[in-house]
Design a protein around this ligand. Sequence first.
Ligand code: PLP
Length: 401
Amino acid sequence: MPQLARRIGRAKPSAIMQVAEKAKRLKGEGRDIISFSIGVPNFLPGDHVYAAARDALAKDSGQYGSNRGADAMLDAFLAHMDKVGLSGYGRVNCATGVGAKHVIYNLAEALLDEGDTIVFPAPYWTSYLDIAEIVNAKIELLPCPAAQDYKLTPAQLDAALAKKPRVFLFNNPSNPTGMVYSKEEISALADVLVNYPDTWIITDDIYNRMVFDGLGYHNFVHARPELRDRVIFIDSLSKTYGMPGWRVGFMAGPEAVAQAVVTMNSNHITNLPEVVSAAAVAALSGPQDVPVAKCAEFQAKRDQVMDVMNAIPGVVCPRPQGAFYVFPDISVAFGKTHGPTGVRIDNDVDFCNALLEAKGVACVPGSAFGEPRALRISYTCPTPQLAPGLQRFQEFFSELG
Ligand code: PLP
């Protein structure tokens, strides 16, 4: 057989999917499994989204569409940008993709030549690493452990940017930690960013509508508007609107960058389908009661998870203020043995495997996100499953010795 391209050897299968598949297999064998593993919303968009899609289907032109995205969809996205205080952008500053993942992939292709450096904080969303590997970039991770609330400090950023990386990739609110940077924290980082004009700044802010405790969402451009010519804002319908399978992602930023992504689209996908675009317009511009209600529900679930994390001796768990993840440092369990099964826990993968086998609770090991002392709990499961899942998690801990 002829050989595959080297870049395929650099891309790894998703660790999150591996856990989800193991959980599914055990469920298929009749086990009672509660999944805290996959980060997908457990709700559907409002009826108006389906009505718009049906209407678009009835009027379908059957033609290719714009490589940038349908005008109405771009305008609906721009209206959201206005709403979060990022105004003054036009359609020429925007591009779309088959989900934010695809937009980020296109940006990596557009901004990074082979061997150029991309820096991002760890813990990170898993695909950042794989995308950077595929385009053969040099990756520099900035470790942000639980002891610093999983947040990047201005001093860390300053030291990293002094080496003139091509791209700084930032995620707020964060997957996997759920942490949200305050206005003051964003401002302090922005004060560093202004000093390094050779670096592009990608802010993956797809959870920007899912911020709790009245904290608000803040971007570097709010703090230092002069960064606008280097900041690329990423958005998506997947999590907020319960539309991960519809595959709609956006970017807004400098015109040349948007045009580069449009050029990539013209060679990859041509356009997002008309029906999907119409559904996107309805989601963005129609009633917002589903996302607003879900944000309130997630905040209550966050409280429920945190009550349990705080009650387990030795677990260090910074309090998330957004998205739908909690990321406890469970390294206190390492070197211990689970009494009832006799399984020894030496690392996060052992912990997650033993927890799944013994208690039927699926979590994702932190090493999938560059932090092997932790694990990720995604609390999008149906509400009635949350308390029993957390109880089993706590029981498992109490059985370690
Ligand atoms: N960025 C972050 C931080 C994510 O958590 C995800 C999905 O999990 C994505 C991007 C990708 O989103 P999409 O479904 O729009 O591709």
